[in-house]
Design a protein around this ligand. Sequence first.
Ligand code: AMP
Length: 221
Amino acid sequence: MKSGPGIVIFLGPPGAGKGTQASRVATRLRVPHVSTGDLFRHHLKQGTPIGQLAKGFMDRGALVPDEVVCSMVEDRLGQPDAKGGCILDGFPRTIPQAEALEVLLTRLGRGTTTVVSFDLASSVLEERIGGRLTCKSCGASFHATLNPPKVAGLCDACGKAELHVRADDRPEAVRARMTEYAQKTAPLLDFYASRGALYRVDAGRRIGEIEKDLEVLLDRP
Ligand code: AMP
């Protein structure tokens, strides 16, 4: 067994299931699940300046400026629990972010980077986001039909809070997020393929099947 998975980047359009898999893989490999969307939502809840700045971008489905995201990620990756690696979910999302990450990882002396692309047709993405339900308290995500909670409307993960439709899962915001993805994030596929670090998974299958693929990929010695 190798000592840790290194930095694992989950790339893919909104609704491809990155967050669900990232949380499962991180628990299994005992590394942090670093979701920039969750970090922003946490800032928002706490009313920090980063949260206030990010809110307008997030609500309309636009990307938060690179400098803000990069400095937040730099802080997070510098924390001791991320030393053995982490699952990066939702970062990088632009070429400048990917370049900044390379510089940061070199500076921190972190080893390998594995990038997993979650591939899914856009018609399926719309259906998935359409039914997405998120926990108001812990942020766990479910789907009305594809991954329903055990008790309707209540979070399985923390058992405490109600599930709701996130502001950025509303149709106008979803359209904007898809456009941002196509214009700014999709070019990262070539960026990482040219570095020999890109693996692709068919994200149109059942959660358990995708999870098995990731297990084989990320647990390999
Ligand atoms: P997510 O939960 O990953 O879909 O992220 C929710 C929102 O947070 C996005 O629509 C963006 O507004 C913002 N966000 C998250 N990650 C990034 C990033 N790497 N770059 C810019 N904005 C981001």
